[in-house]
Each structure stands twice: as C-alpha cells, then as structure tokens.
Design a protein around this ligand. Structure first.
Ligand SMILES: Nc1ncnc2c1ncn2[C@@H]1O[C@H](COP(=O)(O)OP(=O)(O)O)[C@@H](O)[C@H]1O
Ligand SMILES: [Mg+2]
Length: 142
C-alpha cells in the first residue's frame, strides 16, 4: 500500500491507515534515510495508539517504553548500536516476543535478530515537503 504525503497534517490519516493495514500484527519496522520522518511519524502513530505521554526519539537509550490502552509500546532506535551484542544485552527477545507493540527505527542494524513476520513501513523523500509511505507485510522464509 502506497500513500503520498504532502504535509505533516496528513500523518494522522496515514497512522490510521497503518493501524487498519496491520490488523493484529504488532511489530513495525521503519525504513528510510536520516530525516525521512520516521520519528515524526512514530509520534503521530503513538497518538493513534492512544499514548498520551510525549514521544521523542530514544536518544540516550536504544528503547523507550510507553503505555497504551492496549498494552506496552516499545520504540527502538538502533542507529547508534555498535555491535549486535548490545541488542542481546538489552534483552531484545523479551521485547520482540513479549506481546507488546514494537516500533523499530534503523532495523537494518539488527537484521539478523528481526522476527519472522513484521509490518514494514518504508518512507521515501520526494522533496522537502513530500514523502511516499509504503506499507507491506513481510514474512521471512527459512
Ligand atoms: N512527512 C513529512 N513531510 C515533511 N517533512 C517531514 C515529514 N516528516 C518529518 N519531516 C521533517 O523532517 C525532519 C526529520 O524528521 P525525523 O522524524 O527526525 O526523521 P528520521 O527519524 O527519519 O531521521 C523534521 O524536521 C521533520 O519536521
Ligand atoms: Mg529518527
């Protein structure tokens, strides 16, 4: 599913569409270059999930945790991870397989740890004010 976004004001609508697209899936990966709008969209998506606390990028830690009416939501930013051991030390398995919602920025940094099934959100920069959002369901085969 592809959606063209012309302004930040479009994001709540994109968040609702992503929720509908995802159904019961709880693992979301966000791909897109620096400045594409991953963190910005995740903030809007968290509002759509009913989270009331302010959402920011997890700058000092890899993961931030929020409470939504449907349970825990974990927001990861793996940009600064130096090696995969850091993800093990974090206890990534309990997050990914614990039943909470996971929103993952820079998933390419932990490629080998990604679950078998997830929703992929690809954000492409068209120009300063335009983005293309593309949703897909990914199922890795062994
Ligand atoms: N959908 C969008 N359309 C236009 N500008 C955006 C959009 N999303 C984010 N931006 C702008 O791009 C900048 C970087 O966004 P950010 O969410 O931090 O990107 P990322 O997390 O992908 O690095 C911010 O200044 C933000 O206002
Ligand atoms: Mg970011």
């Amino acid at each position: 599913m592809k959606i063209k976004v012309n302004s930040l004001a479009d994001l709540p609508n994109v968040a609702d569409k992503l929720l509908a697209f995802a159904g019961n899936e709880k693992i979301f990966l966000f791909n897109g270059e620096m400045g594409a709008g991953k963190t910005t969209f995740i903030k809007t998506f968290c509002k759509a999930l009913g989270i009331e606390d302010a959402v920011s990028s997890p700058t000092y830690s890899i993961v931030n945790e929020y409470e939504s009416p449907q349970g825990a939501v974990y927001h990861f930013d793996f940009y600064r991870i130096k090696d995969i051991q850091e993800a093990y030390d974090l206890g990534y398995e309990e997050y990914f397989y614990g039943g909470g919602t996971c929103l993952i920025e820079w998933p390419e940094r932990i490629e080998e740890l990604l679950p078998e099934k997830y929703i992929k959100v690809e954000i492409s920069i068209i120009d300063e004010s335009e983005r293309i959002f593309e949703f897909s369901t990914v199922v890795k085969s062994c």
